[in-house]
Design a binder for this molecule. Structure first.
Ligand code: FPP
Length: 253
């Protein structure tokens, strides 16, 4: 029964619609920030904010699916987040498994494909197993791509790409002259993914925090004071509708 409940809720709640269903950003990246502050405001431990943050992830995925977004990239754990207290890290590392345990059937029903960016191999075994299972299970789905940035750091990604390029040159698999922006992009975790059109960051902070630095060269940024656990379909709709008012010129006129 606990698995069926989300389906009932989903059917009842999906009424929110965009005013303009065209010009929807293909790829939306989100920095999910403010879990700790959400918990502090309620005199709860920080992990309570992260737990509530999972419900906001569910809302974001349902809304992205409904709005016909093609790729949703969620910054779930950065390479810098290892500096947090061990107990908090352990809690964060359990969240993908908990989320997938409950919601994988719904993700399948919604034709969602799961993928990750980041140093996957350095994650704890239980996290890797749960996520790998979901990646394999959803690999033939061709709807929304739900891309979790897990143990992700953009500078590290760029340095790794550079090392890989040098190694390919040394092994005569690549020439210096062949390197351009398109070739360089292929060495990043995001190989094959369209760059984000829209970045959303919650909690009032206005910085990139080592997230997709190369990929967001022309991304539109949208910031909100809403703390991540309070993020919902209405906030998501507002972000997309403000994006739809922007003029993207890519340096032209
Ligand atoms: C930043 O808020 C949030 C994180 C580092 C963790 C984000 C993780 C989730 C929202 C859950 C992920 C769910 C799945 C299914 C992978 P913060 O803790 O830095 O908040 P603060 O700035 O208010 O302290």
């Amino acid at each position: 029964m606990s698995i069926r409940l989300p389906f009932i809720k989903k059917k009842q709640k999906e009424t929110i619609q965009l005013m303009d269903s065209k010009n929807v950003p293909n790829h939306i990246a989100i920095i999910m920030d403010g879990n700790g502050r959400w918990a502090k405001k309620r005199s709860l431990p920080r992990i309570a904010g992260h737990k509530e943050g999972v419900d906001a992830v569910v809302k974001a995925v349902r809304a992205a699916h409904q709005f016909n977004v093609k790729i949703l990239t969620l910054y779930a754990f950065s390479t810098e987040n290892w500096k947090r207290p061990q107990k908090e890290i352990e809690f964060l590392m359990k969240l993908p498994k908990e989320f997938l345990h409950i919601h994988l059937p719904e993700l399948m029903e919604r034709n969602v494909r799961i993928q990750t960016i980041g140093e996957f191999n350095a994650l704890p075994a239980h996290t890797k197993e749960a996520v790998q299972y979901a990646i394999d299970k959803t690999k033939n789905n061709d709807g929304l791509l739900l891309n979790f940035a897990l143990n992700y750091g953009s500078r590290y990604e760029i340095v790794q790409a550079m090392k890989h390029i040098v190694s390919d040159i040394n092994e005569a698999k690549l020439t210096l002259d062949a390197i351009d922006e398109t070739v360089f992009s292929k060495y990043l975790y995001t190989n094959g993914l369209h760059d984000p059109d829209l970045l959303i960051r919650t909690s009032g902070e206005q910085r990139l925090s080592n997230f997709l630095l190369w990929q967001m060269a022309y991304t539109e940024f949208w910031f909100t004071d809403v703390l991540w656990p309070d993020f919902d379909e209405a906030v998501f709709k507002q972000a997309i509708e403000e994006y739809q008012q922007r003029q993207r010129r890519y340096g032209g006129i």
